[in-house]
Design a protein around this ligand. Structure first.
Ligand SMILES: O=P(O)(O)OC[C@H]1O[C@H](O[C@H]2O[C@H](CO)[C@@H](O)[C@H](O)[C@H]2O)[C@H](O)[C@@H](O)[C@@H]1O
Length: 287
């Protein structure tokens, strides 16, 4: 990767669940290790860094606990810049406003908030009797988890979720890892969030920008597609098995993500000459 990225302005985009933290049964216990936090902290010293998650922005920030990164919660529908922005030439400058006059935050689905709260309440009510079902309020979207639901109850849970949505035609259902996600029907996803953040950094039209996006889930595919269509940067999927994906490279699991990020930071710091395919364990999908 160093060859392709040499002399370019790297921007790092990271998904949270399954990328920075391992997948666990209880979504409230998906903690990030101190080692991973250290690696993200190091990376964010050298490159503008953003965490783009399906979680609510507050929740993902509570897990990550770093101040100098961008947080994009609710699949990119709730974006917050750090108080100081790291420019691609390594300098920090105070937060600037974006083209639409937004200062720190950008929330393209704001008008849907009252309906989302209603949907959250209805989903909690309607799924209460299904053992193991769990409804999570992600602010601009709602997750219905079935990781701990018996397989024979999957269909009934799906029907219950669909019946709630019948009353809300402005919302749609997407699927993640043992989770159904209810979100507003707006043209906005993790790919749009990536483009927005590049623009915010003043890099969207830059021919030498090199965005790296690391993610494990279906919603990350939108960001992979953007990187592929720009023809700049690396889309990296986290998966231990072969997958139908738009990503060109893969890392097996969060442990390998940690190794990759640590080497990336060390490479930029200049103390390592060995940021290579073998040390970072990055694998080309076509290999
Ligand atoms: O975009 P992400 O940061 O990857 O968020 C996607 C969803 O992640 C969480 O659910 C997933 O991780 C849980 C904890 O490991 C696991 O129990 C669940 O089965 C996974 O789907 C989060 O709880 C969801 O709200 C996010 O939408």
């Amino acid at each position: 990767m160093t060859k392709a990225a040499k002399g370019k302005r790297i921007v790092v985009f990271l998904d949270y669940d399954g990328t920075l933290s391992p997948i666990v049964n209880d979504p409230d216990l998906a903690f990030m290790s101190d080692e991973m936090r250290g690696a993200v902290r190091e990376v964010s010293k050298y490159f503008p860094t953003a965490i783009i998650s399906g979680r609510s922005r507050d929740k993902v920030k509570e897990f990550v606990k770093l101040d100098n990164v961008y947080y994009a919660g609710s699949h990119g529908m709730d974006i917050m810049a750090p108080p100081q922005q790291l420019t691609s030439d390594g300098k920090r400058r105070p937060l600037a406003i974006d083209r639409k006059g937004n200062e720190g935050s950008f929330q393209p689905a704001k008008k849907f908030l009252p309906a989302i709260q209603e949907i959250f309440t209805a989903l909690e009510e309607n799924t209460r009797k299904i053992k193991g079902a769990r409804v999570e309020d992600n602010r601009f979207c709602v997750s219905v988890h079935f990781r701990q639901v018996r397989e024979e109850d999957y269909d009934i849970l799906k029907e219950k979720v669909k019946s709630v949505l019948e009353n809300y035609p402005d919302f749609r259902l997407t699927w993640g890892r043992k989770v159904m996600e209810v979100r507003p029907c707006i043209e906005w996803n993790k790919g749009h969030a990536l483009e927005y953040l590049l623009e915010r950094l003043g890099l969207s039209n830059s021919s030498d920008v090199f965005p790296l996006y690391i993610g494990d889930d279906r919603t990350d595919e939108d960001a992979f597609k953007v990187i592929e269509s720009r023809g700049q940067g690396y889309p990296i999927v986290v998966s231990s098995v072969a997958k139908d994906t738009k990503a060109r490279f893969s890392l097996k699991d969060p442990k390998e993500v940690h190794t990759f990020l640590s080497h990336l930071a060390r490479w930029r710091k200049g103390s390592s000459s060995s940021f290579s395919r073998s040390s970072a364990q990055i694998v080309g999908i076509d290999d």
